[in-house]
Write a protein that binds this ligand. Structure first.
Ligand code: MEV
Length: 443
């Protein structure tokens, strides 16, 4: 093999050949790369084939911790929530918040809407008023033309809910959009929506070509693209917790309920005022959201981009959660647009995602929306509770200590000793190194 780091036909190589090539070109022929990566190949070839099928050019697997948060009471039903996340203390925080609210009525949720959005972007050189006039006919023509494609979804209670023509010619010459609303039941719906939109593109071209009111010069509709929108503000869920202020109890450092709610509500307010804080505040919410989304085989990039777009809906990036004290009651809630599925995609194909769904009692998409949003709210509650009482580092560094100890190759005895030693001390890389390297006095 010559030392040329570009390659064509890489995807056609077997996995071992890919590893050989990488080793030669990027690791000076050091075979420890293959040995290490092969350790993470699945021992069952069938399972490995399934995993390889999810992506391309795979050379190994990337393990992530699969944890669970017990005691999640949501609408009176108890859940054990699966969470896939690499950050220390996220699962512990979710579990602690779930336990806290378990004895205070648990989480309440409400699905506000389940509509998804798709867009056909096109250019039309004819009169805008003619297109507007013809749109009712176009709408029928498009809907009739995809009857076969929508049949199964319609049988399940879903399908196309509405189509709207939007004129963007003020902003881009000849540019229009057909924006569709879709109900996709228990599936996230990306494939369903995209297939329909692409067919819409073909149908629109045919309609314009054949319609006698559209003159020859304007018969050429240019389809720019057909794709769903990940912004789904009408696929919306609210999760909330509430209790009398005094029922909140006493917090770390002896902080009473009244002082706690003062600081907590101010912290939420700050995340509504300042985008710098809002970004971190919402990141904490997505610690919970993403880990359940990932565990259930859903698309966390879609969920993230939608959530952040929604957080900016008023023209300024703000907190996704809100808080109020009214008539002596503390109420904390999270509104989130959340397009997830419980059928299709990876949800049942990925063996671990399948287990997550079973663990949650094979929920519907709406139920999963409620669970995920409750975990996001729990995560936010736990983060703010720490921030306004003890500070975040105490809990964080305790968990981080384990990572540092493992990274430094500490044995079980040293880990036990270090945990005890750092109970009341600040954890840092150098402090842990000094501890491990301290002279041990033998008795
Ligand atoms: C860390 O992953 C998340 C937090 O920063 C969230 C927050 O500040 O609200 C603790």
């Amino acid at each position: 093999m010559n030392n040329n780091k570009t390659i064509s036909g890489f995807s056609k190589l077997t996995k071992s050949e890919k590893l050989d090539w990488i080793e030669q070109q990027f690791f000076d022929g050091d075979s420890t790369l293959s040995e290490t990566l092969k350790q993470y190949w699945h021992c069952d070839n069938v399972m490995q084939d399934i995993l390889d099928g999810f992506s391309e050019n795979t050379i190994s697997n990337f393990p992530m911790p699969f944890g669970v948060a017990p005691n999640f009471m949501i609408n009176g039903k108890l859940y054990l929530v699966p969470m896939v996340i690499e950050e220390s203390s996220v699962v512990a925080a979710a579990a602690a918040a779930a336990k806290f609210w378990l004895s205070r009525g648990g989480f309440k949720t409400e699905v506000i809407g389940t509509k998804k959005i798709g867009q056909l972007h096109f250019k039309f050189t004819g009169e805008s008023s003619l297109l507007q006039k013809l749109f009712p006919q176009i709408e029928i023509y498009l809907s009739e033309g995809v009857k076969e494609l929508t049949k199964n979804m319609r049988n399940r209670g879903g399908g196309i809910e509405s189509l709207q023509l939007i004129d963007f010619t003020d902003e881009e010459e000849n540019y229009y959009q057909i924006r569709g609303e879709f109900e996709t039941c228990d599936s996230m719906g990306a494939n369903f929506i995209n297939s329909i939109l692409e067919r819409f593109g073909e149908l629109l071209k045919t309609f314009v070509l054949n319609h006698n009111e559209i003159v020859a010069d304007h018969k050429d509709v240019q389809i720019i693209m057909a794709i769903l929108s990940n912004y789904t503000p009408d696929c919306m869920v609210r999760a909330s917790v509430s209790c009398k202020v005094e029922e909140l109890g006493t917090f770390a450092g002896g902080i009473g309920a009244k002082e706690f709610v003062d600081k907590f509500t101010t912290a939420v307010k700050i995340a509504h005022i300042d985008p710098y804080r809002a970004t971190t505040h919402n990141k904490g919410i997505f610690n919970g959201i993403d880990s359940v989304v990932l565990a259930t085989g859903n698309d966390f990039r879609a969920i993230e981009s939608c959530g952040h777009a929604y957080a900016s809906k008023d023209g300024k990036y703000k907190s996704l959660s809100s808080c109020e004290i009214k008539d002596g009651e503390f109420r904390f809630w999270l509104d989130l647009p959340l397009a997830v599925g419980t059928v299709g995609g990876l949800t049942k194909l990925h063996p671990m995602a399948k287990i997550s769904h079973q663990m949650l009692g094979n929920p519907s998409a709406e139920e999963l929306m409620c669970i995920i949003t409750s975990v996001g709210l729990a995560q936010n509650f736990a983060a703010l509770r720490s921030l306004v009482t003890t500070g975040i580092q105490q809990g964080h560094m305790k968990m981080h200590l384990q990572n540092i100890l493992i990274h430094m190759g500490a044995g079980p005895k040293q880990i036990l000793e270090a945990n005890k030693y750092f109970e009341d001390k600040t954890v840092s890389f150098s402090a842990v190194r000094s501890f491990l390297e301290r002279p041990v006095v033998s008795s």
